[in-house]
Every structure is written in C-alpha cells, then in structure tokens.
Design a protein around this ligand. Sequence first.
Ligand SMILES: Nc1nc2c(ncn2[C@@H]2O[C@H](COP(=O)(O)OP(=O)(O)OP(=O)(O)O)[C@@H](O)[C@H]2O)c(=O)[nH]1
Ligand SMILES: [Mg+2]
Length: 441
Amino acid sequence: MNFIDKVRIFVTGGDGGNGCLAFLREKFMEFGGPNGGDGGKGGDVYLVASPHLSTLLDLSLRPHIEGKPGNHGKGSDKTGSAGSDMVVLVPVGTVVYKDGCPEVDLARAGARYLAARGGRGGRGNLSFKTRLNTAPRLAEKGEPGERVALDLQLKLIADVGLVGFPNAGKSSLLARISQARPKVADYPFTTLAPNLGVASHKGIHFVVADIPGIIAGAHRGKGLGMEFLRHVERARVLVHLIDPAGYGNQSLLEGIKAIEAELKAFSSRLAVKPRILVLNKMDLPESADALKQLKARQRARRPLGISAATGAGVSALLDRIILELSRRPVADTLAPAPFGQVARVDTGFRVEPLGGGRFELKGRFVERAAAMLDSSLPEALDRFQKTLKRIGVDKALRLAAVQEGDFVRCGVMEFEWSDQPYRSLPRARRNKRTRIGVGRK
Ligand SMILES: Nc1nc2c(ncn2[C@@H]2O[C@H](COP(=O)(O)OP(=O)(O)OP(=O)(O)O)[C@@H](O)[C@H]2O)c(=O)[nH]1
Ligand SMILES: [Mg+2]
C-alpha cells in the first residue's frame, strides 16, 4: 500500500438551488399573485478525522470534491430541498493548510472542519413580494458553493518515535514490542514509510512510530531526506536507536552527534524532545565494549543496551519509556488547535483597474450578488444596480475614472458602464448593457 502524507485537494461546496419565478393561475382567480418558492441551500463539505485511515492515498487519487447541490424552488410556493452535507474522512493527525497558513489540526478522532460552505438558495419571487410590488418578476439564482484549495499534511500521532540510522534495528524493535510486522532486512532503507504499532507494558498502552532511517545530510535531502521526521514531531518521547558498528565510516559517538544535528535541523520542537539513547544488538560480541564506551561518554543520559533480536533489556527500556511518558501530558504533543482563523468580511469591495477601459470589481458580497443575478430579468438587473449603488460601487468606479462604454467585470458577469440611469437607456442599449461572462468561475 502506498503511504501518502501530503496532498492538495480542491473542495467546492454544493451550489444553492435557483429561486423560482411563478404566479398562481387558477380559474376565477384574476390576480393569483406570486408563488415561486426559494431554492434549497447547497450542502457543506466537512473533513472529519477517522482512526480507521492511515494515509491520504484516497484523497490523492480523487482530489476534487464537490458538495451536493440544493434543489431548485418550484411554483405553488415549493421550496427546494437542501443538498445534504458531505463528510470526507481523513486520518487522525491531518493538519489542514489554506494559502500556506495552518487552519486546523484534526488531531482527535471525530474532529471536524468545515472545508467549504454550500451556497445559499436563491429566493423565489414570493420572497420579493411587497406592498408596493405585489407581482415581482424577480427571482435569484442559487449562490455557487464556496471553492477552496487546501493542503493536507499528515502528522502521525504516536507517543514514542523511533529514530536512528538505517539498519539500527528500529523495525525489529517495533515488531518485538507490538503486534506490528514491519519489513526487517539486512540492508539500509528497508523501511520506506512510517509504521505504527501499539505497545503495552505494565497495563499502559502507547503508540510507537517506526520511521525510515535518517543519515547525515538528510536535511539537504540525502537518503530519504527528513520528510518522515514530521511523523515523530508530535511524539512525547524519542528513542534513538544505535547500531554498535556505527553507520558507514562514522564511529558510534560521531553517529549520535550526526543524528542529533539532523533532528535539530528539522525543527526546534524535535531538538528539545526527550530522547532515550539505546544501543541495540547487544547479542553481538563487540557490543559490550561499545556500551561501555557509550556509558562513559554519555553518563548523564543513562544509555541502555538491548537486543531486539533476543529481547534482552527490552523490558528495562519499556520501563524507561512509561516513566518518561508519565512525565509528559498528552496535551503537550498537540499543536494549539484550532489555529487563529481570519474573520471573513462579507460586505466591502474594491475596484481594480485592468487597463484598456476595463475594471474588475472584487469582494465576496458583490461577487455573490453577481453570481445570483438572473440577468434575463430586467427587474432583477434593476435591483442589482440599486444594490451596487447603495454600497457605493458607482462612486468608487467614478473615482477610478470610469468612462462611458468601459467594461466592468464582477465575478462571472461583465457589464458595460453608462452614466445614464438604466431605465432611461434606449431598449437596444439596455439589452447590450449586460453581458454574461463565460460560465461560472
Ligand atoms: N544481531 C542482531 N541483529 C539485529 C538486531 N536487531 C535488528 N537486527 C538486524 O539488523 C538488520 C536491520 O534491522 P531493521 O529492523 O530492518 O533495521 P531498521 O532500523 O528498521 O532499518 P531501516 O528500515 O533500513 O532504517 C536486520 O537484518 C535485523 O535482523 C539485534 O538485536 N541483534
Ligand atoms: Mg526499518
């Protein structure tokens, strides 16, 4: 199975249903009145952390996610039904980034994040009935669902992280203390993706992560690089496993320094994480000397000697692990979630001159109003113009030196600017005045 821990997804909330334009027609009822119902709201799309997933593979194969649309309103005052919400499962430990900034850390099973809101349903003509306008020929289109691009990063949640050079015996140790059965072999880089296992000692359960081996220069991309250190970033304790033979032509002590330098180069969080130094392969004859040397040089850190192959010393290591874990509350390992969210401003707009007599009108409110405009209805156009005027768009465009005949783009629509009020334009000009852009963005 492929292990994917980074993916970019494109999420669109469900579109709102269109409002309906209809009038009651019945025998002996001369003015039945408007009865077009509102469209239903589009479905929201949520990301939910699931403990049953361990990779972002599914999402990498299908990165485009679309919410369910709301149904259109109908005559006889029938409101369209809302699109049902959609749940997209992601593994526990997924961190969501939007525009490069962390949005939320889905670190607990069941944690949910509203990725994209469904659009509002358009209002039918019944909603526009007033005392002065008892028969409005006016209905809105549904609001398009919100569109976002999100970067997801999986950071596995383990209590203990195993780090060290390739071939040190990390996977062998994981297999010894848990039910996990990672691949073990006598060559470097046997492990290509992180493995998780649940260990249990003296009634205490904890999750252990075995990651691919790191080598000196990993932070410059050597070996498998440092990508996988992300998965032990949240561990409460690191176990640094050492091969008595060292790695390559580095001595035992040089090797320890090299791994610590790589941890530091990855993040300051890893640099200060409690580490247990463990010499593996104590069943080999040369190991006794190596352990003596290690104990002499690193006395303060109380290094341990074990053999993942025979199981010798493993119980003492587990004792040390549960002692260290008891000193570090779980909360310490999780990032402060949710991250500060930027408040969305719904009103407000800005005018951007594009040059050559073209302008662009930007802002959530105006873009939404344009997307919901049914430009085939003169009354709807009239209302749209009034709205723009009310919030000061005309003034802002004049300040930006808009000229008669210039084009103003707003979301999916493009309009021709005229200083005269819409109703006073000759009919031919009226029709020309509104041009629809190329479909929904
Ligand atoms: N003699 C002896 N050999 C061991 C011991 N632990 C692991 N080995 C051997 O060391 C080799 C590497 O073991 P792995 O568990 O694959 O090492 P690793 O650290 O996971 O290696 P990578 O996944 O490549 O980073 C295998 O041939 C194991 O059989 C041990 O305690 N004693
Ligand atoms: Mg391994």
